[in-house]
Design a protein around this ligand. Structure first.
Ligand code: GAP
Length: 447
């Protein structure tokens, strides 16, 4: 029997991610770049699988949501219209002594009141508003005329294409446009691994509706997005809603709820669901001079649609999945580290091991693996004791492992071992694809 030992700490997760090739510090050989991270062989597979899961959930399963992939750099007027040039700011303070910089609104009450640095106790400067958008220049001349921003949210690419999509995509209100892509914010980042980074990925969907239906659609998407995280395999007890108070609301939002996850460093935002009203389309009409209103042919009514936005962080979801999956157990007096993530997300679905290399078992295992490759991502490993090979795959989150032994040569059966329960069953190689597909579909995490 396995006994659960402890919950994940961020240090343990960072170390596992490096050990198994999920996530590395950026530019590590040069001493690293603070708060920038690279996704290794397992990390990129996990991130791609989460993205595919979201994309299927938000486009394929609906007949009124279509996709878009807009450019990262947009006309600079977009960000004036969106309000980001004026409003997308954080209040920052500097310590006059140790020179560290902090967000004034995130300092503990005491540090705020006393104006003292939380690290060294030195005196803090008065808060200054600092815009979070990264600036660069298009073309060789760095003057005001060539200024562009790296987008701080993917949403604006959708709003400026609203007319293009509804005119060409044969979609009628209510309909949505979904997009996944990089976003950039020049943030003061904390020490929480990939939680808050300056370069990250978002998965956003903007749902265009008649203004009279905003309450109904807001509720719909709020509930649907909560259910999505349960489907993704995240434990429900670690999820909750948080409604934004008047001081927290972004400049574009009338109502906003976050879905939060309980990380080892506390409850934090994972996704935002916002009622953005007609704020963005109206502003783009004003700044571009183009008509972005919508004509309902049936009702002969022209209006500016409202938008309900669902905005999730892809890289933040990677951290959520890893944090939620990380488990330490005691098995037979030894510690087992296992990532109990949903099999659909696991970077490797099936580990294939010959009991020994000799007597044709390696060749047989290679042959079985080759057959499974058509349907699953596989990993072949013939090095070390079987127990150690299982443990390596447990740490990678591999939900199924096969061992090929002498009996396999005789009757074509292999041992199929399940990651979470460590249960082992004997099964014919011809039945593997069906059994694994079934187990993926039926998967339910027990603890
Ligand atoms: N378009 C709306 C918007 O961008 P947001 O609440 O600022 O809303 C949405 O961001 C999501 O993007 C967050 O819930 C989070 O998952 C992710 N996110 C935002 N800033 C991030 C950062 N610096 N690093 C990683 N993820 C971030």
């Amino acid at each position: 029997m396995a006994q659960e030992l402890s919950e994940v700490s961020m240090d343990k997760l960072v170390s596992l991610c490096k050990r198994r090739g999920f996530i590395f510090q950026s530019s590590e050989i040069y001493g690293g770049l603070s708060s920038a991270w690279d996704y290794g062989p397992l990390g990129v597979e996990l991130k791609n699988r989460i993205q595919r899961f979201w994309w299927r959930e938000m486009t394929q399963l609906h007949d009124n949501i279509v996709g878009l992939d807009a450019a990262i750099m947009m006309h600079p007027r977009v960000w004036e219209a969106s309000g980001h040039v004026e409003n997308f700011t954080d209040p920052l303070v500097d310590c006059k002594q140790c020179k560290q910089r902090f967000r004034a609104d995130q300092l503990e009450e005491e540090a705020q009141a006393e104006h003292k640095c939380p690290e060294c106790g030195g005196e803090l400067t008065e808060p200054r508003m600092f815009n979070l958008m990264f600036k660069t220049h298009l073309g060789p001349v760095a003057d005001n005329g060539s200024l562009v921003y790296l987008r701080p949210e993917t949403a604006q690419g959708i709003y400026v294409n609203f007319k293009n999509v509804h005119q060409t995509g044969r979609v009628k209100i209510p309909f949505g446009i979904a997009q996944v892509g990089k976003a950039f914010r020049n943030e003061i980042t904390t020490k929480n691994f990939i939680f808050r980074t300056c370069e990250f990925e978002q998965m956003e969907m903007q749902f265009f509706i008649h203004p009279s239906e905003d309450g109904k659609w807001f509720e719909h998407w709020k509930e649907a997005r909560f259910e999505y995280y349960k489907k993704l395999g995240i434990r429900e007890k670690k999820l909750r809603f948080h409604q934004h108070g008047p001081d927290e609301l972004a400049h574009y939002a009338r109502i906003a709820f976050d879905i939060e996850y309980e990380f080892s460093f506390g409850w934090k935002e994972l996704e935002g669901i916002h009622n953005r009203t007609d704020y963005d389309l109206k502003r783009h009409m004003e700044y571009s001079g183009k008509d972005l209103s919508y004509l309902d042919d049936g009702k002969k009514e022209r209006f500016i649609p409202y938008v309900i936005e669902t905005s999730a962080g892809l890289t933040r979801t990677v951290l959520t999945v890893l944090s939620d999956a990380y488990t330490e157990e005691e098995v037979g007096g030894e510690k087992r580290v296992v990532l109990k993530m949903h099999p659909l997300l696991a970077p490797v679905t099936v580990g294939v091991f010959p009991l020994v290399k000799k007597d044709g078992l390696a060749e047989l295992a290679r042959d079985i693996e080759a057959n499974l490759r058509e349907d699953f991502s596989t990993f072949y490993d013939q090095g070390g004791a079987i127990g150690r090979r299982y443990r390596r795959q447990d740490e990678a989150g591999t939900p199924f492992c096969l061992t090929i032994d002498y009996q396999s040569k005789e009757d074509g059966t292999v041992t199929l071992r399940y990651r979470d329960s460590m249960e082992q069953v004997r099964i014919h190689r011809d039945d593997l694809t069906g059994a694994i597909n079934n187990a993926v579909k039926e998967y339910k995490r027990e603890s």
